[in-house]
Design a protein around this ligand. Structure first.
Ligand code: CP
Ligand code: NVA
Length: 319
C-alpha cells in the first residue's frame, strides 16, 4: 500500500462534497488513497458509519454489479438507497432533469447515475446540490476502474510500473482504465481492431496525466503485441449497452481479438485475467480463461463493493 504520512483521511478531505463523473476527478494521490481505504475496509481494519445517509440510484441501463454493490455499500455504511427507476418516476414522463436533480437533492445525500451521454450526467451534476457519481456512461466507467486497480494492487502490491493490457473495444471501460491507470502509474496498452480504438481526446487526456505518474499509454491494433509481458490482461464486450444493433458487424470486426489461452501464454508468467462482466463466454473471452487459475474476475466483481464504500465515505465526508 502507498504511504500517506498524514493518513488517507487527510488526502481525501478535499473530495468531500465533490462529484465523481470521471476517473480524472481524482488526483493521483487521492486515487491511491481511495484504494488503500478500500483495502482497509475490505480487511475489516476500518469501519465507517455515515449515519443514515441516502443514495439515490438513477439507472437508465441494466445493471447487476453496480446496482447491488452500491446498495450493499450504503447498507454497510449505515445508510440506505432509494431506487429512482426512470420508468416509475416522473423522469420517464419527461420531467426536466434540472427540476428532478434539484428535488432529489432535497431528499438524498448522493446520487449515482447510469445513462448514455456523459453530457446528461454532467447536467445532473450541474443542477444537483449533492455529489453525483458516474455509475457508467457511454464515455466512462470510473467506479469499475477503481475496483480493477484495487484487484491489481491485491495481486501485485505496488501498482507503479505494472502493465495492464486491454484487448478489445476502445469503450467506456477502456477510457476509465486509461485515465485511472495513468493516475496510478500503471502502463496501459489498448489493443483494438482498426476503427474501434479509444477516442483520441481520451488518449491525449491520459498522456497528459502520465507526465506526473511516469507510466505510458499505448494504443495498438495487434492483440499479441498488446499482451506481451503484461501483468494484467483485460477485456470487455464488443458491443456495449446501446450498441445492440451493431453486434453482428462488431463480431466480424473483432475476429482475432478474443482474450484466450494463446494470448495469456504471451503475457507475464504471473499475469492475472480481468473482465468487468457481464461477459459473453466464447466471444470476447474464452470460457476457459474466466475459470482459469489466473482469473481474478470474481474478486474484481467483489471489489466493486469495497471501492465504492471507500468512494461514498470520501464524498460524504465520513472519514
Ligand atoms: N461491470 C458492471 O458495471 O456490471 P453491471 O452492468 O452488472 O453493473
Ligand atoms: N462496456 C460495457 C460495460 C458494461 C459493464 C457497456 O457499456 O455495456
Amino acid at each position: 500500500m502507498a504511504s500517506f504520512p498524514h493518513g488517507v483521511a487527510a488526502v481525501l478531505a478535499p473530495v468531500k462534497g465533490a462529484d465523481f463523473l470521471s476517473s480524472s476527478d481524482l488526483t493521483c494521490e487521492q486515487t491511491a488513497a481511495l484504494l488503500d481505504l478500500a483495502i482497509q475496509l475490505k480487511r475489516g481494519e476500518r469501519r465507517i458509519d455515515l449515519g443514515n445517509r441516502v443514495l439515490g440510484l438513477i439507472f437508465k441501463k441494466a445493471s447487476t454489479r453496480t446496482r447491488v454493490s452500491f446498495q450493499v455499500a450504503m447498507a454497510r455504511l449505515g445508510g440506505q438507497t432509494v431506487d429512482l427507476d426512470p420508468q416509475v418516476t416522473q423522469l420517464g414522463r419527461g420531467e426536466p432533469l434540472e427540476d428532478t436533480a434539484r428535488v432529489l437533492s432535497r431528499f438524498c445525500d448522493v446520487l449515482a447515475v447510469r445513462t448514455f451521454a456523459q453530457k446528461e450526467l454532467d447536467d445532473y451534476a450541474k443542477w444537483a446540490t449533492i455529489p453525483v457519481i458516474n455509475a457508467l456512461t457511454d464515455h466512462e466507467h470510473p467506479c469499475q476502474a477503481l475496483a480493477d486497480f484495487l484487484t491489481m494492487q491485491e495481486a501485485f502490491g505496488d501498482l507503479k510500473g505494472q502493465t495492464l493490457a486491454y484487448v478489445g473495444d476502445g469503450n467506456n471501460v477502456a477510457h476509465s482504465l486509461m485515465i485511472c491507470g495513468a493516475l496510478l502509474g500503471v502502463n496501459i496498452r489498448i489493443g483494438s481492431p482498426k476503427g474501434f480504438e479509444p477516442l483520441s481526446e481520451v488518449v491525449e487526456q491520459a498522456n497528459a496525466l502520465v507526465v506526473e505518474s511516469g507510466s505510458s499509454i499505448t494504443v495498438l491494433n495487434d492483440p499479441f503485441e498488446t499482451v506481451r509481458g503484461a501483468q494484467a490482461l483485460y477485456t470487455d464486450v464488443w458491443a456495449s449497452m446501446g450498441q445492440e444493433e451493431e453486434r453482428l458487424n462488431r463480431e466480424k470486426a473483432f475476429q482475432g481479438f478474443c482474450l484466450d489461452e494463446a494470448l495469456l501464454a504471451k503475457a507475464d508468467s504471473k499475469a492475472i485475467v480481468l473482465h468487468c462482466l457481464p461477459a459473453h463466454r466464447g466471444e470476447e473471452i474464452s470460457s476457459g480463461l474466466i475459470d482459469d487459475g489466473a482469473s481474478r474476475i470474481f474478486d474484481q466483481a467483489e471489489n466493486r463493493l469495497h471501492a465504492q464504500q471507500a468512494l461514498l465515505a470520501a464524498l460524504l465526508g465520513g472519514l
